[in-house]
Design a protein. Sequence first.
Length: 101
Amino acid sequence: MRFIVIGKDGSDDGALERRTSARDEHLKQVEIYSEKGNFLMATAILDDQGNMCGSIMLVDFPTRVELNSWLENEPYVTGHVWKNIEIYDAKVAPRFEKLFE
């Protein structure tokens, strides 16, 4: 199943520092899950000053339970970077499906 995950960082003074501290571990996990075929696309959300303040990810997991299992160990979750997480079921338009083959 495809899911869109939107993680929004906290807005407190330590938010960018927490993101920076967790980023290397987050990117390592992105690489692992990308190689497994679970991560299809990811991008950082930028604020008006060009600083990262969130993430949008298009992921593919067999079940919501497996998606939740990943999230429980995601460095941006365990590092308290993402303060608000929205998850939506997603369906990629046929025209773009070939990008993920």
